[in-house]
Design a binder for this molecule. Structure first.
Ligand code: GAR
Length: 203
């Protein structure tokens, strides 16, 4: 069984999409890791009896640091870590420890509209302000730099008819909910391959 852990910070709709759409006989969601004690994603994990852990770089009651989380995920033999709306920076040592095993979903077409501070509505507002006519979602590997790792899959959509950042966010979220479960299942099937510095998804 392919073992998955997801890092989350908020509403948890991408966590829910993965839970609902990826076949349970292929993928076991072993852990949800959150930087907040109370949010939609944690509530969903608790509802579905998925073990939830809390992470903080500071010493806080009831929180583990990234080192402890890394040990826990190693102990669980996690195959893939998904950042599904996790808004804290992943420390460099953690990225190295799980090289090519951490992916992120970003709500725009990287390499545009990415980088520090580019998350959630900030991204969609920047897209709207730019008067771009297309946007989309990107699933990519996580490296030491924000939104910089190799791109795994992207989907673009026309946004030329939309009148606000919120309308863009709503349209892109639907794309995210297709893209992320698809990519997770491809990983579980062993169909995501890195060749010559690019990512190939086999049929
Ligand atoms: C999603 O739109 C995700 O792409 C974005 O946060 C949202 C989380 O929603 N992530 C980033 O902006 C990362 N740079 P969710 O909690 O409902 O999945």
């Amino acid at each position: 069984m392919f073992k998955l852990a997801l890092f989350v910070s908020g509403r948890g709709s991408n966590l829910k999409a993965v839970y609902d759409k990826v076949p349970k006989e292929k993928v076991n969601i072993c852990a949800v890791i959150c930087d907040k004690k109370d949010c939609g994603a944690v509530q969903f994990a608790v509802e579905k009896s998925i073990p939830a852990f809390f992470v903080s770089s500071k010493k806080e009651n009831g929180f583990f640091d990234f080192d402890e989380i890394a040990q826990r995920l190693k102990f669980l033999s996690i195959d893939l870590i998904v950042l599904a709306g996790f808004l804290k920076k992943i420390p460099d040592f953690f990225v190295l420890e799980f090289e090519n095993k951490i992916i992120n979903i970003h709500p725009a077409l990287l390499p545009s509209f990415g980088g520090k501070g580019m998350y959630g509505m900030n991204v969609h507002q920047a897209v709207f302000d730019s008067s771009a006519k297309v946007s989309g979602a990107t699933v990519h590997f996580v490296d030491k730099i924000y939104d910089n790792g190799m791109i795994i899959l992207q989907k673009a959509v026309d946004i030329s008819d939309l009148k606000s950042a919120q309308e863009i966010a709503d349209r892109i979220l639907k794309i995210e909910h297709e893209l992320l479960p698809f990519v997770v299942e491809k990983f579980a099937d062993g169909k995501v391959l890195i060749e010559n510095n690019s990512v190939i998804i086999a049929d």
